[in-house]
Design a protein. Structure first.
Length: 154
Protein backbone atom coordinates (compact mmCIF):
# COMPACT_ATOMS: atom_id res chain seq x y z
CA UNK A 1 0.00 0.00 0.00
CA UNK A 2 1.39 3.38 -1.06
CA UNK A 3 0.45 6.32 1.16
CA UNK A 4 0.43 9.89 -0.17
CA UNK A 5 0.06 12.99 1.98
CA UNK A 6 -1.67 15.90 0.24
CA UNK A 7 -1.38 19.59 1.15
CA UNK A 8 -2.54 22.84 -0.36
CA UNK A 9 -2.76 26.45 0.63
CA UNK A 10 -0.43 26.30 3.61
CA UNK A 11 0.17 30.08 3.23
CA UNK A 12 3.17 30.03 5.56
CA UNK A 13 6.10 32.44 5.71
CA UNK A 14 8.05 30.09 7.97
CA UNK A 15 7.95 26.50 9.22
CA UNK A 16 5.53 26.41 12.14
CA UNK A 17 5.02 23.99 15.02
CA UNK A 18 1.71 22.96 13.40
CA UNK A 19 3.43 22.10 10.10
CA UNK A 20 6.14 20.16 11.91
CA UNK A 21 3.49 18.22 13.84
CA UNK A 22 1.64 17.38 10.63
CA UNK A 23 4.74 16.19 8.83
CA UNK A 24 6.52 14.43 11.69
CA UNK A 25 3.50 12.87 13.42
CA UNK A 26 0.44 12.68 11.15
CA UNK A 27 2.36 12.19 7.87
CA UNK A 28 5.27 10.27 9.43
CA UNK A 29 4.62 7.16 7.32
CA UNK A 30 3.83 8.71 3.92
CA UNK A 31 5.72 7.57 0.84
CA UNK A 32 5.07 10.70 -1.23
CA UNK A 33 3.99 14.26 -0.44
CA UNK A 34 1.90 16.24 -2.92
CA UNK A 35 1.66 20.00 -2.40
CA UNK A 36 -0.64 21.76 -4.85
CA UNK A 37 0.41 25.34 -4.33
CA UNK A 38 0.52 28.35 -2.08
CA UNK A 39 3.35 27.19 0.17
CA UNK A 40 4.35 30.88 -0.05
CA UNK A 41 7.92 30.87 1.29
CA UNK A 42 11.10 29.10 0.21
CA UNK A 43 11.75 27.99 3.82
CA UNK A 44 8.53 25.96 3.72
CA UNK A 45 9.50 24.33 0.41
CA UNK A 46 12.98 23.51 1.74
CA UNK A 47 11.52 21.91 4.86
CA UNK A 48 8.98 19.87 2.88
CA UNK A 49 11.80 18.74 0.57
CA UNK A 50 12.86 16.40 3.37
CA UNK A 51 10.04 14.19 2.10
CA UNK A 52 9.51 12.82 -1.41
CA UNK A 53 7.71 15.98 -2.52
CA UNK A 54 5.93 16.51 -5.82
CA UNK A 55 4.72 20.11 -5.93
CA UNK A 56 3.27 22.79 -8.16
CA UNK A 57 3.20 26.54 -7.68
CA UNK A 58 0.24 28.59 -6.55
CA UNK A 59 -0.83 32.17 -7.09
CA UNK A 60 0.46 33.34 -3.69
CA UNK A 61 3.90 31.72 -3.82
CA UNK A 62 6.97 33.95 -3.65
CA UNK A 63 8.75 34.64 -6.95
CA UNK A 64 11.56 32.27 -6.00
CA UNK A 65 9.16 29.39 -5.25
CA UNK A 66 7.30 30.15 -8.50
CA UNK A 67 10.59 29.95 -10.44
CA UNK A 68 11.32 26.48 -8.99
CA UNK A 69 7.97 24.78 -9.53
CA UNK A 70 5.81 24.03 -12.57
CA UNK A 71 2.27 25.32 -12.97
CA UNK A 72 1.05 21.75 -13.42
CA UNK A 73 2.49 18.26 -13.61
CA UNK A 74 1.47 14.65 -14.15
CA UNK A 75 2.75 11.85 -11.95
CA UNK A 76 2.34 8.19 -12.89
CA UNK A 77 1.95 6.08 -9.77
CA UNK A 78 0.65 2.50 -9.55
CA UNK A 79 -0.65 2.66 -13.14
CA UNK A 80 -2.63 5.83 -12.38
CA UNK A 81 -2.00 9.18 -14.05
CA UNK A 82 -2.34 11.94 -11.47
CA UNK A 83 -2.56 15.60 -12.50
CA UNK A 84 -1.44 18.21 -10.00
CA UNK A 85 -2.44 21.87 -10.38
CA UNK A 86 -3.22 24.73 -8.00
CA UNK A 87 -6.21 26.28 -9.74
CA UNK A 88 -7.30 29.89 -10.18
CA UNK A 89 -10.28 32.20 -10.19
CA UNK A 90 -13.54 31.85 -8.33
CA UNK A 91 -14.35 28.63 -6.47
CA UNK A 92 -17.41 28.45 -8.74
CA UNK A 93 -16.39 26.50 -11.84
CA UNK A 94 -12.92 25.55 -10.58
CA UNK A 95 -13.53 21.86 -11.23
CA UNK A 96 -14.26 22.57 -14.90
CA UNK A 97 -11.17 24.77 -15.21
CA UNK A 98 -8.76 22.24 -13.72
CA UNK A 99 -10.27 19.39 -15.72
CA UNK A 100 -9.70 21.34 -18.94
CA UNK A 101 -5.96 21.47 -18.15
CA UNK A 102 -5.39 17.70 -18.38
CA UNK A 103 -5.92 14.95 -20.94
CA UNK A 104 -5.86 11.27 -20.12
CA UNK A 105 -5.59 11.39 -16.32
CA UNK A 106 -7.31 9.27 -13.69
CA UNK A 107 -7.04 11.74 -10.80
CA UNK A 108 -6.72 15.52 -10.52
CA UNK A 109 -5.49 17.05 -7.29
CA UNK A 110 -5.94 20.80 -6.90
CA UNK A 111 -6.22 23.55 -4.32
CA UNK A 112 -6.92 27.30 -4.46
CA UNK A 113 -10.56 27.21 -3.32
CA UNK A 114 -9.63 26.18 0.26
CA UNK A 115 -12.65 23.84 0.14
CA UNK A 116 -12.09 20.12 0.82
CA UNK A 117 -13.54 18.06 -2.02
CA UNK A 118 -13.74 14.51 -3.29
CA UNK A 119 -15.83 14.10 -6.43
CA UNK A 120 -15.92 12.06 -9.58
CA UNK A 121 -16.62 13.45 -13.06
CA UNK A 122 -16.17 11.71 -16.38
CA UNK A 123 -14.34 8.82 -14.64
CA UNK A 124 -11.82 11.27 -13.15
CA UNK A 125 -11.54 11.65 -9.39
CA UNK A 126 -11.11 15.25 -8.28
CA UNK A 127 -9.49 15.78 -4.90
CA UNK A 128 -8.88 19.03 -3.03
CA UNK A 129 -7.34 18.65 0.44
CA UNK A 130 -8.68 22.03 1.54
CA UNK A 131 -6.47 24.61 3.19
CA UNK A 132 -3.89 23.86 5.85
CA UNK A 133 -4.35 27.45 7.04
CA UNK A 134 -8.08 28.13 6.71
CA UNK A 135 -9.99 24.83 6.94
CA UNK A 136 -7.20 23.14 8.92
CA UNK A 137 -7.38 20.12 6.63
CA UNK A 138 -5.06 17.93 4.60
CA UNK A 139 -5.55 14.77 2.58
CA UNK A 140 -4.43 11.17 2.49
CA UNK A 141 -4.50 9.00 -0.61
CA UNK A 142 -3.87 5.28 -0.25
CA UNK A 143 -3.04 3.36 -3.39
CA UNK A 144 -3.12 -0.41 -3.53
CA UNK A 145 -5.49 -2.59 -5.53
CA UNK A 146 -7.98 0.22 -4.93
CA UNK A 147 -7.43 3.96 -4.45
CA UNK A 148 -8.96 5.68 -1.42
CA UNK A 149 -9.15 9.38 -0.63
CA UNK A 150 -9.84 11.01 2.72
CA UNK A 151 -9.57 14.33 4.45
CA UNK A 152 -8.05 14.76 7.86
CA UNK A 153 -8.70 17.62 10.24
CA UNK A 154 -5.55 18.81 11.93
Amino acid sequence: MLKIGVLSDTHLHKVTTELRNLMEVVFRDIDILFHVGDMVDLAVYEYLSNWNIKAVRGNMDSPYVVSMLPEKRIEEINNKRIGLIHGWGSPRGIEDRVMAEFNDVDIIIFGHSHVPLISKRDNITLFNPGSFRDTNTAGIIEMGDEVSFRHITL
